[in-house]
Design a protein. Sequence first.
Length: 203
Amino acid sequence: MSGKQEHEDEELKPTFNEGYRPGEKKSVTEYAQLDAHDESLSRWKASLGISANAAQAPSTGPKVTIVTLTLTSATLPAGQKISFNLADEAAVAALAKNPITIKEGIEYSVGATFKVNRDVISGLRYIHVVKRAGITVDRLEQMIGSYGPHPKGEVYSSTFPPEESPSGVLARTGTYHVRSRFLDDDAEVYADFQWSFKLGKEW
């Protein structure tokens, strides 16, 4: 592995509080069978989407499928939507080569939709590193949370706190390259991809 690659991987490692240790791993079936008479435990299981039907979840395949990455803003023209289809390998491969345009100096939010296929996922999070001319100019790490398979097999969605895009002549110069990663407390990676953008006076 090259020194550049090692540095990039280091930047994409999750941040943990000192002394933090992930809890003991249990399957969805084991969680579902925990004391059903404990009201607080039942509420906690419900918050993770764990139900009596959880044991029917598939036992093979990816634990989590990241479906889309989205950018939303009140300043987007009516009807315009920025959404990356991460379930399509060809679409993902094209992202880095086809920069999108983000309007300068506006508030926007990154978001994601995802499906938990099996097991309880602890501490799912999103991390991205933004570079311009090979220099890191921004890093985002956002905790999404812990989830079990949805009782109805539906996707979950999460919108992150808003950020503000840079502005000015210098900010509009060049292309920004982003590497994004979704992973959990155990550092299991569910998506790792690259995309790019330019800043403009308009979307």
